[in-house]
Design a protein. Structure first.
Length: 282
């Protein structure tokens, strides 16, 4: 990293072996080997991947400059809204045969290697997938001086691949077994969600930003200064004035004492999300 680089100026490149993750979640739900069968794979797929959760993780490492997903998209149309909202670039890969792999891991590795050679501003590469096939590109990424982050499910991630990353996050821990919102109306019983106002959603985004920053630094107390930048990464349309607040600080203050608590740090005010049932100051 150059002397002029900071965590806020070094960008993130996010690459998804999308079908790999979806297949793992499908087999966890329907049984080992179920997805690999023609009647499991070559049909319209119900959404299982929480796209937003992974993108938010990527944003916690810096602004996302590349967000590219590899898949045979002809069966994944039900992910449309989640992928559009996440600004995901879709790379179409047709498998050459009924039982053949679509080659996503190979194409992903070639693109990642080319991108880090071309774009000096990429500081972190995040790869979603659990295959050991990613180990060679892991060596290239680390040799180029970039930070490598991996994401995969516990049941299907190769442990050697996971250990080759600077940081590895299990997808299962990211989502806490939540069903993604886009799955509603597919094979999941419809339950009317509570009505949320735009400000409720904005407040939730702020709390999520604080939580992501806390997880990234390993400390629940987060300096106030970077919170607004993190919120804007999660939602570029965010504007406190839309909710009648003249400043972001005023909007943040409105979340006390129900959702956050604050204290004076050494150089900046610090903020912590209040966890129900946790002792005060934890």
């Amino acid at each position: 990293m150059n002397e002029t680089d900071t965590p806020d100026t070094r960008a993130v490149a996010l690459y998804w072996d999308f079908e790999n993750l979806h297949a793992s979640l499908s087999e966890a739900r329907h049984g080992e080997g179920s997805y690999a069968k023609p009647d499991g794979r070559f049909k319209v797929q119900d959404p299982l991947v929480n796209v937003r959760a992974v993108i938010e993780l990527a944003a916690s490492y810096g602004p996302v400059a590349i967000n590219r997903a590899y898949c045979n998209w002809q069966f994944f149309g039900r992910y449309r809204d989640a992928l559009l909202q996440g600004s995901v670039e879709l790379i179409q890969l047709f498998p050459p045969g009924q039982s053949a792999k679509n080659g996503a891991d190979i194409k992903l590795c070639l693109d990642a290697a080319e991108d880090i050679a071309r774009f000096a501003h990429i500081g972190t590469v995040l790869i979603v997938g659990g295959d050991s096939d990613f180990m060679p590109v892991a060596q290239k990424i680390k040799a180029a001086g970039r930070t490598l982050v991996g994401v995969g499910t516990r049941r299907s991630t190769n442990r050697h691949w996971a250990r080759s990353c600077h940081d590895f996050r299990y997808y299962d821990s990211l989502v806490d077994d939540e069903i993604p919102p886009e799955a509603a109306g597919s094979n999941v019983a419809a339950v009317a969600p509570p009505v949320r106002t735009p400000q409720d959603e904005a407040n939730e985004t702020i709390l999520r930003a604080i939580t992501l920053l806390a997880e990234a630094q390993g400390d629940p107390w987060v300096n106030k200064a970077p919170i607004f930048k993190m919120v804007k990464r999660l939602d570029p349309t965010f504007d406190p004035k839309e909710f009648k607040f003249t400043t972001f600080s005023a909007m943040l203050k409105s979340l006390e004492p129900a959702s956050i608590t604050t204290r004076q740090g050494e150089f900046d005010q610090q903020v912590r999300v209040i966890t129900p049932g946790a002792p005060d100051g934890a």
